[in-house]
Design a binder for this molecule. Structure first.
Ligand code: ATP
Length: 572
């Protein structure tokens, strides 16, 4: 419930998970600092993601800069279209997302895809009001607001740069090199875990919508005519799906099915997307997302980017709302074709034919200088625009015209006039633009979801207790080590044990302050799965007390067995 949300945010601040940044200077909306526990949890989640989606799938990971030059975002389309709809309140002056105002207060579910004038009409018709101050918004202008943070690279009038709004472009722009590392063989995947920046109009709900956040993205490059994935590993994975058709039906419902069945009956159209939904479902469960509060929702037609053939979001339920944790899209050749068109590099791979083919190709004179006089210039004038003909099949352009540039002026001429010759060639393959399957995960929202799904209240020894049932695999602190009383010998014994467990690679916290009960409660709230207490008997029996967080059960265990036992518990 919303109530739990508030408790989680309060606990997060008190126990060092996350808190608003720069509060000494009043802070600024949409920026959060992960404290010691939060940074450790987030790091563990990222590591678990790498294990599964990079190492586990045999893909490469890269680490690209977060600032990229303007032409990248001209090509990718972000400069033109990475906008949200902004409405400024005529009364209090606060800006809100117009599509959210509409979606939160009307039956419209996909306001983002509507044209602005229509959204303005809806705002007026439903008498919608400002979420900040409640003043009526009718008549307020709605504008497109580009979400990219702009900066300037270098001094003076240095060239414009942008903080990347997604990690993906750092992978796409390097495709010409990355394909070399993959020896030109499709399919291959490249991952990246890193920061992305969006100047969100109204950041909200703590780390769920911020202006700087971490993404973990995988770009899988596949041959458009190649084989699909081997689904055998995921076909039995149970999935809860909310297809577009159900969302649009009057009393539409989620569907409980399996990946295999959903592919067989066409609910998930794209086998690659289906594969990643299966892998992701298992992975989310392994890091502690409650599967009763998790589903995959298909994008509605209007919500989908025009190039995406099929797109599903992983959603988690927090505070009574569904939030997007990850997106899974088949992006076709959109991204690589854009960069191919805007740059001088080849965003293709060479696909070998089974048998060499004989084809007719145009042989174009690379020096078109003789065309100069035709346009009133001199022989020797630079004529450009014909190079691309060289790669094309004769039949494809026989009756066409082509634009050539002479002396900075464009001219349309019939292709025959370009003096090409047709040559028969035997070719062993062709250049193809790979298609992209993109699973795109948000890390911060996931960290939040893990915390809210792990939040528990119970009663121990007739006292109320709060604890986080965080999965041991990602828990920020794995074991707390305590001396029972404040006693120099017990303390040094306990410190020795802490050191030996750290040497095992476990994350250990040592604590000797306050009553033992309070120390347990502290670790419960942090979500530490185990605690070890050293007492006076330890010297005699060489044993300590091991306590488990959720059950609060305690057992006596020989000190020598501790490292092995705890390491095994960590592996699960
Ligand atoms: P939204 O509709 O919530 O703004 P989006 O559809 O624009 O998100 P994508 O571009 O698909 O999001 O980004 C992929 C993932 O990155 C999302 O699933 C989400 O987990 C995360 N993400 C996106 N924007 C933010 C943000 N402002 N703060 C935190 N995480 C974010």
């Amino acid at each position: 419930s919303e109530d739990t949300g508030e408790k989680v945010v309060e606990l997060a601040k008190r126990r060092g998970y996350f808190f608003r940044s720069s509060s000494a200077y009043g802070g600024v909306g949409g920026f959060y600092t992960f404290g010691p526990q939060g940074a450790a949890l987030k790091g563990n989640v990222e590591e678990a993601w790498r294990d599964r989606f990079a190492v586990g799938e045999g893909h490469m990971e890269i680490d690209a800069p977060t600032i990229m030059p303007e032409p990248v975002f001209e090509a990718s389309g972000h400069l033109d279209t990475f906008d949200d709809m902004l409405v400024e309140c005529p009364d209090c002056g606060e800006s809100s997302r117009a599509d959210h105002v509409v979606e939160d207060n009307t039956e419209y579910e996909d306001a983002e895809s509507l044209p602005i004038p229509e959204v303005e009409e809806i705002v007026a018709e439903y008498e919608l009001s400002c979420p900040e101050c409640g003043a009526p918004l009718a008549g307020a202008a709605i504008e497109e607001f580009n979400l990219m943070f702009e900066t300037q690279v270098g001094p003076g009038d240095g060239q414009p740069g942008y903080l990347r709004p997604e990690t993906a472009q750092g992978i796409f722009v390097e495709f010409p090199r990355l394909k070399e590392y993959a020896r030109g063989q499709l399919p291959f995947g490249v991952t990246q875990v890193g920061r992305a920046y969006r100047n969100e109009i109204s950041p909200r709900r703590s780390i769920i919508r911020t202006r700087e956040f971490t993404q973990a993205e995988l770009e899988l490059f596949v041959d458009p005519e190649g084989d699909g994935p081997d689904l055998s590993a995921v076909e039995d994975v149970p999935v809860r799906l909310y297809p577009a058709s159900e969302q649009q039906a009057d009393e539409g419902d989620e569907v409980e099915t399996t990946v295999g069945e959903a592919v067989a009956d066409g609910t998930i159209a794209d086998p690659w997307v289906a594969y990643f939904l299966g892998v992701a479902r298992e992975w989310y469960e392994s890091v502690g997302v409650d599967m009763d509060r998790f589903r995959f929702r298909q994008h509605l037609a209007g919500e989908r980017a025009h190039y995406a053939a099929d797109c599903w979001d992983a959603e988690g339920e927090v505070g009574g709302n569904w939030i997007e944790l990850a997106g899974f899209a088949h992006r076709g050749d959109y991204d690589l074709s854009k960069h191919q068109a805007h740059s001088d590099e080849r965003f293709t791979v060479f696909r070998q034919y089974d048998e060499p083919k004989t084809v007719e190709r145009a042989e174009v004179d690379p020096d078109m200088s003789y065309l100069g006089p035709e346009f009133g210039g001199d022989a020797g004038d630079v004529v450009s625009g014909l190079e691309e003909l060289a790669e094309r099949d004769r039949a494809a352009f026989e009756d066409e015209t082509v634009t050539v540039e002479v002396d900075g002026e464009s001219h349309e001429i019939p292709v025959e006039k370009t003096g090409f010759a047709v040559e028969e060639r035997t070719e062993s393959g062709e250049h193809v633009v790979p298609h992209v399957i993109e699973p795109s995960f948000g890390v911060d929202r996931l960290v939040y979801t893990i915390l809210e799904h792990a939040y528990r209240e119970d009663e121990v020894d007739s006292e109320e207790r709060t604890y986080l049932e965080v999965d041991p695999e990602v828990a920020p602190t794995f074991v707390g080590v305590f001396p029972l009383q404040s006693d120099a010998e017990l303390e040094s014994e306990a410190e020795g044990i802490a050191a030996s467990l750290r040497a095992e690679g476990l994350s250990v916290t040592y604590d000797d302050s306050g009553a033992i009960g309070r120390r347990y409660r502290r670790q419960d709230e942090v979500g530490t799965p185990f605690c070890v207490t050293v007492d006076y008997e330890s010297r005699e029996d060489g044993a300590v007390t091991l306590r488990e967080r959720d059950s609060t059960d305690q057992v006596r265990l020989p000190i020598d067995d501790l490292p092995g036992t705890l390491s095994a518990l960590r592996e699960g």
